[in-house]
Design a protein around this ligand. Structure first.
Ligand SMILES: Cc1cc2nc3c(=O)[nH]c(=O)nc-3n(C[C@H](O)[C@H](O)[C@H](O)COP(=O)(O)OP(=O)(O)OC[C@H]3O[C@@H](n4cnc5c(N)ncnc54)[C@H](O)[C@@H]3O)c2cc1C
Length: 450
């Protein structure tokens, strides 16, 4: 293992630039034994420990002034049963690498979010989700986890082995230990039919339940000054060997490049830069982006439809609200955004998910609509995000653990029926707060109170 005690100068920074930290020590373990040793060594030195993912959380969830465990040398699939779909992978594997390896085995994840840069454990630990009214977040696809606990021991948990640890650790914010391997229940590779088209936002809201119910994966984007939304419907096609199923018709490479790289990244990035230089133009630029929304239909391998490149940097907050509250949130945002002193350059994204039983999942016990708001990097966002929080607070909104929010333990506790159970299991697994950091202290309270 390459361990660099106290270089003192190497700074950790997240993708969005909203969090930085200077770990006392960096370790890059390549085996499970090295992960155990890194945890024990940190304990001997009196340091806290955080496992690092790809730094794609907007919150300081991964930040540490103790020992930072870089798991980029701990990757790949260890075991796969193509008959049952059970696949065990090392926790530092990125979703991009995982999708590629699964594809080679004729398998896929049943649902994904909209990027694939995250590590498997990082994505799970903050409750990363995609969209689909009949599907839960990524953590609902987990069958078992292996963790290194604070004392350096290795434990396995699943629905039958240590079920409470399993209920807590699937969305555990890195608070319970270092996840070393994840066993996923995958599905046979599948093709999605993608249909994207503009639609007046009023119509989308009127038909919201029908659209969410009729499509495997439904979402929409809405520029908060515009009247048009971009509606995305992704539906599974029958397996390729089923009779009369046409072969996939992906976008040609030039069109993929033009639409995803040029229009959605380079051109949109240029518009954002104009908006940042001249904020008074933002509402017009926003309407221009809205008017430029166009339709496309294509079929492709599932992960090539779910995932798109995101090169324009931004800050984001996202809340899960009870699904029936969505119309109220959008109406309030519509009223609030034009009154903000600083205009908003990025669209609002709306997705859906089924209820699940994972203690700290934003979808715990209720069907959710996810509302994500964004602002271009370098533009003021605090007043916008504060207003959004005050809207969703009335609706028992639950913040995405990896996206910007201001809630603390006192406000989170009533939102999660199993919050105290999580804290109890954490206190049993990590009595000294070895895996703590400032973010965990805010959201769970001080370790001594656990
Ligand atoms: C451009 C962009 C698009 C995004 N799209 C979506 C989306 O579609 N849906 C969605 O829900 N979210 C989305 N997110 C949020 C993102 O999925 C989460 O923030 C996720 O946690 C990032 O994973 P990561 O690997 O970067 O983890 P990090 O941000 O590095 O870490 C997240 C947490 O996981 C912990 N952790 C990491 N590895 C381990 C381990 N081995 N054991 C224990 N704990 C560990 C860390 O300590 C930290 O607490 C997006 C973020 C960005 C920047």
């Amino acid at each position: 293992m390459r361990s660099q005690p106290a270089p003192g100068r190497r700074v950790w920074r997240n993708w969005a630039g909203t969090a930085t930290a200077t770990p006392a020590r960096w370790c890059r373990p390549g085996t499970e034994a090295e992960i155990c040793a890194a945890v024990k060594d940190a304990a001997s030195a009196g340091l806290t420990v955080r496992a690092l993912g790809s730094g794609h959380s907007f919150t300081a969830a991964a930040a540490t002034s103790g020992a930072a465990l870089d798991l980029s040398a701990w990757t790949g699939i260890i075991a796969a049963d193509t008959r049952t779909g059970l696949v065990t992978a090392r926790s530092g594997t990125t979703l991009r690498a995982l999708n590629a390896e699964l594809g080679g085995l004729g398998l896929a994840m049943a649902n994904l979010g909209d990027i694939d840069a995250q590590t498997l454990a990082g994505a799970l630990s903050t409750g990363t989700h995609g969209t689909g009214a009949r599907l839960g977040g990524l953590a609902t696809q987990v069958e078992a986890l292996e963790l290194v606990l604070a004392d350096g021991s290795v434990v396995t948990c699943s629905a039958s082995a240590r079920p409470e640890l399993f209920a807590a650790a699937r969305v555990g914010l890195g608070a319970l230990g270092v996840i070393t391997t994840v066993t996923l229940r995958c599905v046979p590779s599948f093709t999605l039919l993608a249909d994207e088209r503009p639609m007046p936002v009023e119509e989308v809201l009127e038909q919201f339940d029908a659209l969410a119910g009729a499509n495997d994966h439904f979402e929409f984007y809405w520029f908060p000054y515009g009247r048009q939304a971009l509606v995305k419907r992704n539906n599974r096609l029958p397996a390729p060997d089923a009779q009369a199923t046409p072969p996939p018709r992906p976008l040609p490479a030039w069109r993929r490049f033009w639409e995803f790289e040029v229009m959605e990244n380079a051109a949109f990035g240029a518009l954002c830069r104009v908006g940042r230089a001249a904020p008074r133009l933002i509402p017009s630029l926003n309407r221009l982006s809205s008017a430029a929304l166009s339709s496309r239909t294509y079929t492709d391998t599932s992960h090539r439809v779910f995932v798109t490149p995101r090169r324009v940097r931004f800050a984001e907050s996202e809340y899960a609200v009870p699904r029936e509250s969505l119309g109220h949130v959008i109406a309030e945002l519509r009223r609030a955004v034009p009154r903000l002193a600083d205009p908003v350059m990025f669209p609002v994204e709306v997705r859906v998910a089924a209820a699940d039983d994972i203690w700290l999942s934003t979808g715990y016990g209720r069907e959710s609509a996810y509302v994500a708001i964004h602002q271009y990097a370098g533009l003021p966002y605090q007043a916008y995000f504060d207003r959004f929080e005050s809207i969703v607070a009335e609706l028992a909104g639950r913040p995405h653990w990896g996206k910007l929010h201001s809630l603390d333990a006192g406000r989170l506790r009533p939102l999660y029926p199993r919050f105290d159970d999580f804290r109890r299991v954490r206190a049993e697994a990590d009595p000294e707060g070895r895996f703590g950091n400032a973010y965990l202290t805010r959201v769970f309270g001080p370790t001594r109170d656990l």
